[in-house]
Design a protein around this ligand. Sequence first.
Ligand code: 3PG
Length: 305
Amino acid sequence: MKVLVATDKPFAPAAIKLIKEVMDGAGFELVLLENYTDVADFYKAVADVDALIVRSDKVTAAVLDAAKKLKIVVRAGAGYDNIDLAACTAKNVVAMNTPGQNSNAVAELAFEMMLHQARFGFAGKSGTELRGKKIGIHALGNVGKYVALIAKGFGMDVYAYDPFVSINDIRAADVKPCHSEEELYSTCQYVSLHIPLDEKTEKSIGAKLLRRMPKNAVLVNTARKEVIDEEGLLQIMEERNDFKYLSDVAPDCAPIFKEKYVDRFVFTLKKMGAQTAEANINAGVAAASQIVDFLKNGNDKFRVN
Ligand code: 3PG
């Protein structure tokens, strides 16, 4: 069996070494396509492989058309909005993710960005502290739970809203439940986004919700830039000079922020949430092991299509 790792943003070398060990142990061949800039290279590399590991790389119908022997694709990470699931199903390709494996790294990045803005980029100006501030976790999944843990360490007052987690389970995580998005945004100075990107959540965070946030509001987005209604966000940035936006990956409207709202944003250059050796190892090895277990034993536990 031949397995391709195709990543335009490569894993840490330590992760690749361990992925190779898993493949060697199974008697599978590992092929690497890292740092590719031309999708044609992806089409070529995928042509004769049985399995594929990707990160945020787009697995489109065209990629699947080129992958004549493909049986399984694993997104080494949580969000699988980059995979055309319908096309996978139509071509009899199993799609999986590796939930939870990179969650701590993403949660830590949320705090790195919060601290950066609270201290004005460490440039000498007097800032503020996180202690005692209210933080609202929008969706209490794997990342949200790590955010809650870390927030408590900082002495923050932690709230969450998640329509898919019961109030009792939210309380069991030692977090104060909110009953609606509106309640969460009205209550919390900090809101940390952990919703997936899908048809329902795309552009779902806009002016109406953001306007509710208390004074000195900070919206932290380590989810997907597409969940934000950027027009609404810009409206709020204009209306409120106490509003800040922190995002793992700059929004499309970043040039406007750079021109008009200096000191009121933190944007990463590339998507950096899961970019740690630990997260790469956890997600990469999980992806490799899931492929081996599926191809050898038919185990499709983490299947998403
Ligand atoms: C995820 O969904 O797991 C994160 O967004 C990580 O994305 P990345 O693997 O492209 O860094």
